[in-house]
Design a protein around this ligand. Structure first.
Ligand code: MF3
Ligand code: CO
Length: 250
């Protein structure tokens, strides 16, 4: 069952989304050579709490931190720790904030200092694939229209879509129905209706689509060691243009 949010619930989700987007931007500002991923995580936790919210990820299924920070060949769910960021790294930061009974969820990949043109292209294509997808995120379309648009854009640039992890509905729970694959077929899947709130989150590998799970139980890396990027926003379906609830302030 896909929940439809009332206008009051949407108001609450806007508030959660704003704080989450601000936390992502704040985390991105901290990305520079010499900083540790744990320093970013601690600052993000403080930022979220200062705004009266609670980090959605902390203790979720035993997850030990407030942000997921995934560097270079790490795709998602990197656990913040002693790792020191280096010039040229690409750093995927995923954050969630819970306030007023609702979650916001968003992610982006940031450059650490000067990065290679290849790495920048991977980041740009991943981000743009989200925007290609949400062209179809409106009433009258089906979820497969969104998924297929993301897949086509990514694969036409020579990159691969991660298949084992997908986007999801989001609201009172961080993970709600439906699952939102970043691959699929137009005209398939559930019909989109106003009031749905969806976390759409392409995970893109520069090389092959295959992944490997690390022994920490969380970190997911590319199998071939090539780099990966991630981009996510919480989106409200309307009868017109989608509303990005975790839109960057600028
Ligand atoms: N934003 C991610 C997701 O949508 C991260 C949650 S994983 C967590 O699934 F366990 F760390 F919370
Ligand atoms: Co998510």
């Amino acid at each position: 069952m896909i929940t439809l949010k009332s206008s009051h619930e949407i108001e609450l989700m806007r508030r959660a989304g704003k704080i989450t987007a601000a936390a992502r931007a704040f985390a991105g500002e901290m990305v520079r050579p010499g900083v540790t991923t744990l320093e970013i995580d601690k600052a993000v936790e403080h930022f979220i709490r200062k705004h009266g919210a609670v980090p959605s990820f902390l203790h979720y299924n035993g997850y030990p931190a407030s942000a997921c920070i995934s560097v270079n060949d790490e795709i998602i769910h990197g656990i913040p720790g002693k790792r020191v960021l280096q010039e040229g790294d690409i750093v995927s930061i995923d954050v969630g904030a819970y306030i007023g009974g609702f979650h916001g969820d968003c992610a982006a990949t940031f450059a650490c200092g000067t990065i290679s043109p290849e790495a920048q292209d991977l980041i740009d294509v991943t981000r743009q694939s989200f925007f290609e997808g949400i062209r179809f995120a409106k009433e009258g379309h089906r979820l497969g229209d969104v998924s297929a648009a993301i897949q086509n854009y990514v694969e036409s640039h020579g990159y691969s879509i991660v298949r084992e992890y997908v986007g999801h509905g989001v609201g009172a729970k961080m993970h709600e129905s439906p699952e939102i694959p970043n691959f699929g077929h137009p005209g398939r899947g559930p019909r989109l209706l106003r009031g749905m709130t969806l976390a759409i989150e392409p995970m893109v590998n520069a090389g092959s689509a295959e992944i490997q799970q690390m022994s920490d139980g969380w970190t997911v890396k590319t199998l071939d060691g090539k780099w990966a990027a991630h981009y996510e926003n919480t989106v409200l379906i309307t009868d017109g243009e989608p509303e990005i609830l975790t839109a960057p302030a600028i």
